[in-house]
Design a protein around this ligand. Structure first.
Ligand code: XIL
Length: 343
């Protein structure tokens, strides 16, 4: 399992940057502050939980109110061979959550990445792939029924231009894979909140508009979608103006969606002095939190990890609220202050 974690760090280097967004701001609607501030959550993983370093668990429990398994609920982890399910690592996180009263976000049922090799190797026909996906969703969601509060049912379904992201699901099943996944998840646990989760949709642009059309279409078709997750993998040189993100959130709130920031981090590498980069990073954390705070439907902000020492971005990007020695960074202070501020 350590290998998996190292692999995740290596993958970082090849992941495309979320850049290239214009900075044209849209006016944020004036809204009263919600009575309850958004809850703070963190992605956690079993390597760090079991790592023997009490600082990780102490920092987590001292500052966060919910958890997301960082990779333990990917399909390649949960069904590594056909019909052989392995819940051991994911169960550890769910038990940890229950023990400490932390709700768990399930991440993620259907994604174009982390699909185990056996799925494509059999060159499934459409009926065969439908059966594979139905069996997978039914088994996993039923296993965690009543214990996982909400699921990212479909992860990253769109490309930057707003078209559907190619995947084995989209290619073999067709665009209808999205609605089917939600219906099957709902059947397996009618009490779970079901999310579509996307990155790079924090700006008003083609991808964000396509996401809006996608969710509106699902609602019209009475598909049981309850929420939209905005990953918010941001960078010092690519982050949405606060008013623009608040406007995006408000437009999804009007669709009746529960909203969350699901994977917040900020790539803060570069040649500028570290103190300057950390100050700029904190301003981005503050702005994301303030945008969420301004929209009552935005109920949770999850950071994609706790400490820079274990970020998928690598420690040098300094992406998270706590440094490698578990000291709170300016980003933590900005985040904590912005979620609790009234008005
Ligand atoms: C990252 C994780 O940190 C890794 O552990 C994982 O294996 C893959 O990449 N969008 C997502 C997350 O939805 O699952 C990704 O997580 C980051 C991008």
């Amino acid at each position: 399992m350590f290998g998996k974690y190292v692999l995740a760090l290596a993958v970082t280097v090849t992941v495309a940057a979320v850049g290239g967004h214009g900075a044209a701001a849209a006016a944020a609607p004036a809204r009263p502050a919600p009575a309850t501030p958004p809850q703070l959550g963190a992605a956690v993983n079993t390597v760090m939980l079991a790592g023997g370093d009490g600082r990780y668990v102490r920092t987590l429990l001292g500052h966060y109110g919910s958890v997301t398994p960082e990779y333990e609920m990917e399909m390649s982890q949960l069904e590594p061979a056909r019909d052989r399910f392995d819940f051991a690592r994911a169960d550890r996180i769910v038990r940890f959550g229950a023990r400490h009263g932390l709700p768990v976000r399930g991440h993620t049922l259907v994604w174009d990445e982390m699909v185990p090799a056996w799925v494509g190797a059999g060159h499934p026909t459409r009926p065969q792939l439908l059966q594979i996906l139905h069996h997978y969703i039914q088994t996993v969601v039923a296993h965690y029924r009543g214990r996982v509060e909400e699921w990212d049912v479909v992860n990253e379904p769109l490309l930057t231009d707003g078209s559907l992201r190619p995947s084995i699901w989209e290619r073999v099943i067709g665009p209808g894979y999205i609605a089917l996944a939600f219906r099957w998840a709902h059947q397996a646990d009618p009490g779970a909140a079901l999310f579509v989760n996307e990155y790079g949709a924090e700006w008003r642009d083609a991808k964000e508009q396509a996401l809006h059309r996608l969710v509106a279409g699902l609602r019209r078709a009475h598909v049981p979608v309850s929420g939209v997750g905005f990953q918010a993998h941001l960078r010092l040189d690519a982050h949405p103006p606060q008013a623009e993100f608040a406007g995006v959130l408000a437009s999804f709130a009007r669709l009746g969606m529960r909203l969350e920031v699901t994977e917040l981090d900020v790539r803060a590498g570069g040649r500028a002095p570290l103190a300057q980069r950390l100050t700029e990073e904190a301003a981005i954390y503050r702005s994301v939190a303030a945008a969420c705070r301004a929209v009552p439907a935005c109920v949770r902000i999850t950071t994609w990890g706790v400490t820079d020492a274990a970020s998928w971005l690598g420690e040098s990007q300094r992406g998270l609220p706590f440094d490698a020695s578990y000291r709170a960074k300016p980003a933590w202070r900005a985040l904590a202050a912005a979620v609790s501020r009234r008005g």
